[in-house]
Design a protein around this ligand. Structure first.
Ligand SMILES: Cc1ncc(C[n+]2csc(CCOP(=O)(O)OP(=O)(O)O)c2C)c(N)n1
Ligand code: SF4
Ligand SMILES: [Mg+2]
Length: 310
């Protein structure tokens, strides 16, 4: 029997402003999990801090509300400890691309099989609308005392340079298209990014629903031959110019869809298997710690040389 997305909904009161793009992202995630038939007990969702960070309370599964910018390292630890789980790290533009940007970069070098979802409203919503790392320079959203003096970074290019092997962009109010992107990202073996443009009607009075909807288009609709899949270094060299060309397109027109998929790289789990023979069978979370109640390891022997003898 097919699962209903309602199985992933919790009873928690959703504390977002009316009209917030986060509602669309949450619904897309619920529907993606249902369509992929992921049992809640097989899901681990880790969020950062921010309005977007509250998502972990609204999705049924194993969840962790981590520290600001630290969803990715927590998700990495969970995935390495138990590679049978579907692991999602989720947070805002400030969380993932500001305070947590070093983790956003480092996870790409590992190509660990987790999905990173960024809710990008270009502001720090929870703390009342300061400029986020994706707000263009000289723009002044309504809570700023003056124009933004920082340049904006490009999350897609940063992910590509960091080694992510799946990179997509969606739009929060297009629930079914965003659901499809999240499904593809979860199914991909390796580190995947779904960057989601998310209107914040309370603090971002420039990048509104109307503003986005005048600009967005889907790559495969305009380019029926669009093929973002790379299976070898040669194919990477051939295709990367077009892929990066689409990644930098931003302004009058903003492309959405899957930009890049690399299936030629080992995941971190595969790399671990090469050095730890029984890693798949006994990952850290499944290693036996006792036989008939008798610990296999005596903790006192581990710490023996640390114990101060009096
Ligand atoms: C270490 C630390 N520094 C600062 C804060 C304050 N803080 C909470 S959320 C946030 C930014 C949220 O912005 P974003 O990640 O874009 O999420 P949004 O609220 O827009 O979804 C900040 C600076 C914090 N909680 N912890
Ligand atoms: S402040 Fe913005 S991002 Fe936060 S809940 Fe309200 S509309 Fe959404
Ligand atoms: Mg934000």
């Amino acid at each position: 029997m097919e699962r209903s997305w309602l199985e992933y909904k919790t009873d928690a009161w959703v504390q977002w402003c009316p009209g917030c793009g986060n509602f669309g992202i949450l619904n897309a995630l619920h529907r993606a999990l249902a369509e992929l038939d992921i049992p809640p007990e097989k899901l681990a969702i880790v969020t950062g801090i921010g309005c977007s960070g509250r998502t972990c309370y609204y999705v049924k599964g194993n969840s962790m509300h981590s520290v600001h910018g630290r969803a990715i390292p927590a998700a990495t630890g969970i995935k390495i400890a138990n590679p049978d789980l579907v692991v999602i790290a989720e947070g805002g533009d400030g969380d993932m691309l500001g305070i947590g940007v070093e983790h956003f970069v480092s996870v790409g070098r590992r190509n660990i099989d987790i999905t990173v979802i960024v809710h990008d409203n270009a502001v720090y919503g929870l703390t009342k609308g300061q400029a986020g790392p994706t707000l263009p320079s000289w723009w002044r959203t309504k809570a700023l005392p003056g124009p933004n003096l920082h340049d904006n970074l490009n999350p897609l290019l940063l992910a590509l340079a960091s080694g992510y092997t799946f990179i997509a962009r969606g739009y929060a109010y297009h629930v079914s298209q965003t659901k499809e992107l999240i499904k593809k990202a979860i199914e991909h073996k390796g580190t995947s990014l779904v960057h989601i443009l998310q209107p914040c009607p309370t603090y971002n009075n420039i990048m509104t629903k109307e503003w986005y909807e005048e600009r967005i288009y889907y790559l495969e609709e305009e380019n029926p031959d669009w093929d973002p899949v790379v299976t070898s270094q040669d194919e990477f060299t051939k295709k990367i110019g077009d892929i990066m060309g689409k990644m930098v397109e931003w302004g009058a027109r903003i492309p959405l869809g899957v930009f890049y998929v690399n299936i030629a790289k080992d995941t971190f789990e595969q790399r671990l298997e090469k050095v730890i023979a029984d890693y798949r069978k006994y990952p850290p979370a499944k290693r036996p710690v006792h036989v008939n109640g008798k610990p296999l390891i005596d903790p006192w022997t581990i710490f023996a040389d640390k114990v101060i003898k009096t």
